[in-house]
Every structure is written in structure tokens, then in C-alpha cells.
Design a protein around this ligand. Structure first.
Ligand SMILES: Cc1cc2nc3c(=O)[nH]c(=O)nc-3n(C[C@H](O)[C@H](O)[C@H](O)COP(=O)(O)OP(=O)(O)OC[C@H]3O[C@@H](n4cnc5c(N)ncnc54)[C@H](O)[C@@H]3O)c2cc1C
Length: 250
């Protein structure tokens, strides 16, 4: 049986009308960067039940405040309730994290490619803030795909990480619904297929040297997987090693 840990909202940052980062003071269980945890509020009309959804950790395991990055989904039940929380409000967190899109599951390689759409950037921030990943990969390429430029969030944190790991973290943006200087207009799967992603990164995506984590909506993950397979990379399974780990937000 899941135990619900009671937490207090420290901050609910609204990046725009839909995107929020919620920081919660709660006694977190041990977790790995890249994992997710169920976050809950009592059901409306029946406080004995919890309404819960999974959200990825944005905080690294060494950071004590829980941070989640989420989208207030149109007509979405819990995400809009979480979006309305204010400092001091109570929120509940499950006592057990889950998920296999973690550094510990990634086979060794030279370059790590982190491909995210929308709020799926979150788990990659947790991974990038974890020192051990930088001991394992020479270079990391973070690719963030969004529709509009105001969804390109966490620029300050990513800038700090780039400074800290000088010359080793490349950030590539994809903005698909408006022209935005400094971002490619192609969606991530198309940019893999066309070779644009490799051109912008100045590095090749190869089964020999590259390891890839893909996180986002089901369509983006499936299309990225297909594009990577046509380059000779395949899904990594413990019983059948490959190069690509994935997580689907649904
Ligand atoms: C492993 C895992 C990790 C996740 N981590 C995150 C995270 O870090 N950040 C995050 O924002 N979400 C994340 N999600 C999605 C999240 O759990 C919820 O599904 C989402 O917040 C919608 O919940 P809701 O109660 O508001 O919508 P619901 O009332 O449950 O659903 C309303 C409708 O919206 C659709 N929907 C669900 N998610 C989206 C979306 N992102 N965009 C558009 N439509 C959607 C549903 O399919 C449904 O039709 C994750 C999902 C999984 C499975």
C-alpha cells in the first residue's frame, strides 16, 4: 500500500499561462535522477481518496526540496489543481519513486543525447545536476522541443550548467509553431532523420559512441525511436543491450 507523505508548497512558479514549477518541502524517499513519483491531492468531494498522477523529479537526488515541472493540461483534472496551489498549501507525495530512465540504466558511451519535448525537460535537468553523469560522458547534448518560444524554460539553470561544465553541454532548441531565432523549426524526429540535429551539435549520432534518452508524448517518442533505429541505434533493454532509453508521458 502506498503511503502518502505530507508536504508544503514552498513556491509555485508560473512560467506562462500553462507551465508551472512546483517546489515542495517534503521528507523525500531516496530516488535516482530521471525517476518520477506520484503527486496527489485529496479527491474533490471525497477527501478519503487521493487523486494522483506521476511527475518526474526536476530536483537532483542531493537536493532536498521536491520540484516538479508540469503543464496545466486543458480540462486536465489534477494538473490544474496543482497549478492553483500557493505557498503554504498542502500536497501529498507517494513514498516510492519509480522509473528506469536513469543514468544507472544507460550503458557507457562518449556522448549522451537527451531529447525532450515540453515538460519532459524536467527529468533531464535532474540528471544534468547529478555530478556522476559528468564523470561518465565526455559531452552531453540537450535538445528541447516546444511549440512556442515562451515554453523554452529553465534557461538560467541550463546556462549555469553550461558554465560549470565548460564546452561539454550543448543545448539545441526546436520551436515548431513560430519562427524563433536560435531554434530549429523542425520537430526532433525530423531533425534526427534529416541530420540537422547532428549538424547543429557538431557531432554524429552513432550506435558506437552515442547513448540517447528520449522523453515526451507518445508520438514524439515513437517517431524519435524510429528515426534513431534508421541510424542503427536500438532500444536498450537489460537482457538485450542497446543505446536508447525512453519514457512516455501520457
Ligand atoms: C511516467 C510519467 C511521468 C510523467 N511526468 C510528468 C511531468 O514531469 N510533467 C508533466 O507535465 N506531466 C507528466 N506526466 C503526465 C501527468 O502524469 C498527467 O497525465 C498530466 O499532468 C495530466 O493530468 P491531469 O489530471 O491534469 O489530466 P487528466 O484529467 O488525467 O487527463 C485529461 C486529458 O489530457 C490528456 N493529457 C495528459 N497529459 C497531457 C499533456 N501533457 N498534454 C496534453 N494532454 C495531456 C490525457 O490523455 C487526457 O485525455 C507524466 C506521466 C507519466 C506516465
Amino acid at each position: 500500500m502506498v503511503q502518502w507523505l505530507e508536504g508544503k508548497v514552498v513556491e509555485n512558479k508560473h512560467w506562462n499561462h500553462r507551465l508551472c514549477s512546483l517546489s515542495v518541502d517534503v521528507q523525500l524517499p531516496a530516488f535516482l535522477a530521471g525517476q518520477f513519483i506520484r503527486v496527489a491531492l485529496p479527491e474533490v468531494g471525497d477527501a478519503s481518496q487521493m487523486e494522483a498522477r506521476p511527475y518526474s523529479f526536476v530536483n537532483a537526488p542531493h537536493e532536498s526540496l521536491l520540484e516538479i515541472y508540469f503543464n496545466q493540461v486543458p480540462a486536465g483534472s489534477l494538473s490544474n489543481r496543482l497549478g492553483g496551489l500557493e505557498t503554504g498549501d498542502t500536497v501529498y507525495v507517494a513514498d516510492r519513486p519509480a522509473g528506469f530512465m536513469t543514468e544507472q540504466e544507460v550503458p557507457d558511451g562518449e556522448t549522451l543525447w537527451l531529447l525532450a519535448t515540453g515538460t519532459a525537460l524536467g527529468p533531464f535537468l535532474s540528471i544534468l545536476k547529478t555530478p556522476s553523469i559528468w564523470q561518465r560522458f565526455k559531452k552531453i547534448v540537450l535538445v528541447h522541443g516546444v511549440r512556442k518560444a515562451d515554453e523554452l524554460t529553465y534557461g538560467e539553470l541550463i546556462g549555469r550548467l553550461q558554465k560549470l561544465h565548460e564546452g561539454r553541454l550543448t543545448k539545441i532548441n526546436s520551436v515548431t509553431r513560430e519562427a524563433f531565432s536560435g531554434a530549429m523549426p523542425e520537430r526532433i524526429p525530423a531533425a534526427i532523420s534529416s541530420g540537422e540535429l547532428e549538424r547543429l551539435a557538431g557531432m554524429a549520432l552513432t550506435a558506437e559512441h552515442s547513448r540517447v534518452m528520449v522523453c515526451g508524448n507518445p508520438g514524439m517518442v515513437a517517431e524519435s525511436m524510429a528515426a534513431l533505429e534508421s541510424k542503427g541505434l536500438k532500444k536498450h533493454l537489460r537482457r538485450e543491450p542497446g543505446q536508447v532509453l525512453q519514457e512516455i508521458y501520457q
